[in-house]
Design a protein around this ligand. Structure first.
Ligand code: IMP
Length: 189
């Protein structure tokens, strides 16, 4: 059984392959797709669907795509779908974090959540899986591990930020793990 995952991110691929050993999970690179698919939607669902549909229509394969981001209550859900480029440049984590901390300066309400939505296109079906993890935005960066906003996200029930956790520990509780788990259950059912 083959499924194409609309990513070339090795961490994401490893996590999904680990959880779905009965599937041959191929990356975009594996099927010869080197295109940069523009994420022009205003929701995680729409962006995930854009990427999955692109692969399905060009390569005729069963596939899935994910889209993730950080939603901060006091910033009306920002950075949300714009998480990767909140400060302008794509994936500039330092600048993105600096912008969040500046916008959150002096705010006492610091609730936030990470969200992942997966869109799966398989045998004519279109199915969505959402994973969320709630927490708070710290006032300074803590930890060196992980990526993106990990150093300023303190998950509820923990005393360490995502960037202070091992990858193993983070991937047991993360928004991405929850969405992948839901998709795994659906595929196995
Ligand atoms: P993507 O859709 O999974 O590529 O995520 C988009 C952006 O959201 C990333 O570039 C990060 O800025 C942020 N993000 C998503 N997931 C995480 C996470 O687990 N930790 C920290 N930042 C994340």
């Amino acid at each position: 059984m083959q499924l194409v995952f609309a990513t070339n991110n090795s961490n994401k691929l490893e996590e999904v392959r680990h959880r779905l050993p009965q599937y041959q999970i191929q990356s975009m690179q594996d099927i010869g797709c080197f295109d940069d698919i523009a994420e022009t939607g205003s929701t995680f669902e729409v962006n995930a669907r854009i990427k999955a549909l692109y692969l399905q229509s060009r390569f005729g394969c069963d596939c899935f795509a994910d889209d993730s981001g950080l939603e901060i209550e006091a910033l009306n859900g920002a950075p949300g779908v714009y998480s990767a480029r909140y400060a302008g440049k794509h994936n500039d984590a330092e600048a993105n974090i600096a912008k969040v901390l500046k916008n959150m300066d002096g705010k006492t309400m610091r609730k936030a959540k990470f969200v992942t939505v997966i869109c799966l296109l398989k045998e004519g079906k279109e199915v969505y899986f959402r994973g969320e993890i709630h927490g708070t935005i710290t006032s300074t960066k803590k930890g060196e591990k992980g990526f993106g906003y990990d150093p300023i996200f303190l998950p509820d029930g923990y005393s360490t930020t995502f960037a202070e956790m091992t990858i193993d520990d983070k991937s047991k509780v993360s928004h991405r793990a929850i969405a992948i788990e839901k998709m795994t259950k659906w595929l196995e059912a």
